[in-house]
Design a binder for this molecule. Sequence first.
Ligand code: GLN
Length: 472
Amino acid sequence: MDLKSLTIKKVKEGLTKKEFSVLDLVRGYKKAIDERNHTVHAFLEVFDDIEEKAKNVQKLVDEGNDLPLAGVSVALKDNILVKGHVASAGSHILEHFVSPYDSTAVSKLQSAGAIILGRTNMDEFAMGSSTENSAFGVTRNPHDTGRVPGGSSGGSAAAVAMDATLLALGSDTGGSVRQPASFCGCVGLKPTYGSISRHGLIALGSSLDIIGPITRTVSDAEIVFDTLKGQDAFDSTSYYPSEKKEVKDKLRIGVPRQMVYVPGLDDRIAKNFEESIFKLQNLGHEIIDIELPNAPYALSVYYIIMPAEASSNLARFDGVKYGFHRNGQNLIEDYFLTRGAGFGKETRRRIILGTYVLSSGYYDAYYSKANAMRDLIRNDYNKVFETVDVVLTPTAPTPAFKIGEKIEDPLSMYLADIFTVPANISGNPAISIPSGTVLEGEGSLPVGIQFVANHYREDVLFSIGKSFLQEI
Ligand code: GLN
């Protein structure tokens, strides 16, 4: 059993032919975690029930049940709830919070036979691009442990990259699945807003958040997405159309060069991007120059809408309803002390920013304008999808940066999401696909390209992704 080359399909075949058991798989991954996690720190916790769960799934397989994800291991970002386990969202304020219920994503995974290995490190409340904002220490990039794995789902991407799980789930509010996937050489899917239930996902920006898979292959991302998608009574924003559409073999790829060639774009990324375009052309796809005139404003819009929603979502952590509590002289002091000590620096920064843009004097100047701009950005995408099937950009403007390089400079950290944020603002699905490596010192670092498609056209993303990676 070679964990490095396993796919969901191979797991299924291996179990059917009895080449290995579910328990062998779980023990194999546990061994990989034990070998590398002390350096990489991808996992915050490995659950103690994994062998028991493996035996249960094996029993179901032996009884002849056809489970689409039987024996498939999953690493979960620490903001996705599993009943009876801690979900801390990378924050001291939820350090000892034990979930009383399963998120819909977890219920679906478990009914499909998947084994949840444990929870992975993340930037506190998914705010960040490097996983350095975790209250529980940094995660290191398995390709170069002096560098960040990206974020905020850095632990999930690192877990896949160090071959310690077949797949991981992250959450993507502004790029947190795609950007770490590109830094770690994985596939990362941000589905259409609403296509996977947010029930049991600890909220950051509710109109932007979505759960997404991080995998080694596009085919695996597709299988996981098909398992997780669909309407859910617990999330009124969830929906997925049932009709299937046709996907052509040769696709029209729109390239918004004015959006890509911005200050701060690493030369090596630019070169990799042009090489990727060339490769796509050679594969028979058509390259079309397009413009998304309002997309350059997406990052500014994001840093108004996301903090506004975050400040409101995080109001519930007041030291009364959840575990962490600091005593003051009166209730208001309890709030101040609890939130001051429980939240990290970036979280407090965003709560203040969000409260500011929602305050009565500034609501119209910032929040309303950002919302109006959001419509324009969405219209830009709707318009280009009349003439192209996908929009291509790099996933991130740089490869993985050094630990500590950007942590004191929030604005430069925010720029890491310049290419990923527009799809959250517009709600479109997007995927990061590994596009090779770039040289860095003596070694090399993985990088990725991003495809964005029309709403609910994940099928188009899988098709172009498989074509690019030449997956059969
Ligand atoms: N890095 C972005 C931020 O800091 C995106 C976060 C996310 O997608 N969860 O907000």
